[in-house]
Design a protein around this ligand. Structure first.
Ligand code: FAD
Length: 352
């Protein structure tokens, strides 16, 4: 590496890539079996008696990860500056490198901000496996992060093994009648671990590791709009419903602007919930809510059986780039076009 070369990335030689990162975080967006190394654990923190602590399931997961990994063990925490008080304890459970995601406005778990930052760190570090406790937070954060990484996820593991770079994720299946050992071809291999699965904890007091403090962004506007569920979608007479065909997060804001102008509400398909763009309370369908508005305007929704099971509308208007999407045959009006563009133009026209 030349004297001027970038300490953050391997691809630029002049140190001017504009993508400077803390040491240890490389511009590595190519997650695969050859380049991946080590295990990354989401270290969930809780507040107890005014102090920040590790979730009780975390030491067991770290101990297990240390035991099965012959590579590095990475941890990640989201906290204000007080997260520093936990470094020694975290290193004592075998963590080599700890990413401390910091924001002075940190106010605890927020799904969208955590999953976005977590996935970015994973992309840059390139671990072969990622583990989270199967707590309510872990159960939500894991699929959101896996969706952003476009990788698989095995939930609720009770044991773990590693062969080469491949994680064997072991859990009861078929109603608990068999114990399945699941392997995945997508990288990183991701799993949540049932709390209490690993009760043996090994601690090496005084063990040293590296802590890397890195700012993370809290998407206040979106967090507010998603948690601020005042109107129940089941009570709305007009629903603007968005699906996977909506590609730009800004289109969600346009949908809300339109809804506000015309007295409607915003609902969605499950893919939008999986992306972390809207909360599950806005999901229509078999595993969401049953809605019966006068008008259901579906943007970029294909019309799966599971989604349409929740739609009992008087009129369905579909906006889709595919004239033959299954929802088209169930719709009163079909507008063939790009939904991001149409949402933006509609919102602009209402504003003007
Ligand atoms: P997709 O199927 O990906 O469709 C996207 C659509 O957008 C396509 O028609 C495409 O032509 C169109 N499109 C793409 N780009 C553009 C563009 N630029 N402009 C315009 N159109 C575009 N799903 C639910 O929604 N609710 C549920 O409650 C639910 N429960 C489920 C329960 C179970 C047990 C299972 C297995 C699945 C469930 N699903 C549910 C998931 C369901 O099977 C579908 O995967 C999901 O509904 C698909 O969502 P979608 O239509 O938004 O996305």
């Amino acid at each position: 590496m030349s004297e001027n070369s970038c300490s953050s990335c391997q691809s630029c030689s002049d140190g001017n890539c504009g993508d400077r990162l803390p040491p240890g975080m490389l511009c590595q967006y190519n997650l695969n079996q050859e380049t991946s190394d080590g295990i990354m654990v989401f270290i969930e923190l809780i507040e107890s008696e005014g102090a920040l602590r590790l979730h009780p399931s975390v030491p067991g997961i770290l101990t297990k990860a240390r035991e099965i990994s012959d590579g590095r063990l990475f941890g990640i925490i989201f906290a204000k500056v007080d997260g520093k008080d936990l470094y020694d304890e975290i290193f004592s459970y075998g963590v080599d490198t700890l990413y401390h995601m910091r924001n002075p406005k940190h106010h605890g778990y927020s799904p969208r901000s955590y999953s976005r930052s977590f996935s970015e760190v994973i992309k840059r570090v390139g671990p072969s496996a990622v583990l989270l406790p199967a707590t309510p937070i872990g159960r939500e954060l894991a699929p959101l992060t896996a969706a952003l990484l476009e990788t698989g996820l095995t939930a609720d593991c009770t044991d773990l093994k590693i062969e080469g770079c491949r994680l064997h994720m072991i859990r009861p299946a078929l109603g608990g009648n068999i114990i399945a050992s699941i392997v995945s071809d997508s990288y990183p291999n991701m799993a949540t671990v049932r709390p209490g699965a690993f009760s043996d904890v090994k601690k090496e007091t005084g063990r040293k590791g590296t802590a890397i403090s890195h700012p993370y962004t809290i998407d206040e506007e979106t967090e507010k709009s998603t948690s601020d569920d005042i109107l129940d979608i089941t009570e709305s007479r007009i629903l603007i419903s968005i699906g996977n065909g909506v590609r730009k997060p800004s289109s969600v804001d346009y949908a809300f602007k339109i809804a506000e102008s015309i007295g409607a509400n915003v609902s969605c398909s499950r893919t939008v919930v999986d992306k972390g763009w809207l909360p599950q309370t806005r999901q229509v369908g078999q595993s969401g809510k049953m809605v019966s508005p006068d008008i259901y305007i579906a943007f970029g929704i294909s019309g799966s059986v599971q989604h349409m099971a929740g739609v009992k509308a008087k009129k369905i208007i579909t906006v889709n780039k595919d004239r033959n999407a299954p929802i088209a045959s169930l719709s009163d009006t079909v507008i063939v076009g790009d939904c991001d563009q149409i949402l933006r133009k509609w919102a602009d026209s209402l504003q003007n």
